[in-house]
Design a protein. Structure first.
Length: 76
């Protein structure tokens, strides 16, 4: 369990660094926790999906800029 937790923290750091993200939105984790405790499965599901997808597009765009597909021989 500790290894998985460390991997998640490292990947989060990597993604935040790649996207040059300095801060999360106000109450980012508090809002998630509130929805997870709401006992409403649909709200909890939507909140978790939104939480894990936050910033995904910015990270992917930054990585694409740093490592273009044509340079890697991918998608040709």
């Amino acid at each position: 369990m500790a290894i998985e937790r460390n991997q998640i923290l490292i990947f989060n750091w990597l993604y935040d660094t790649a996207a040059e993200r300095k801060r999360l939105p106000a109450n980012h984790h508090a809002v998630l926790a509130e929805e997870l405790c709401s006992q409403n499965i649909e709200r909890a599901d939507a909140a978790m999906r939104s939480h894990v997808m936050y910033g995904r597009d910015e990270v992917l765009q930054t990585l694409e800029t740093l490592y273009p597909r044509d340079r890697l021989g991918v998608g040709l």
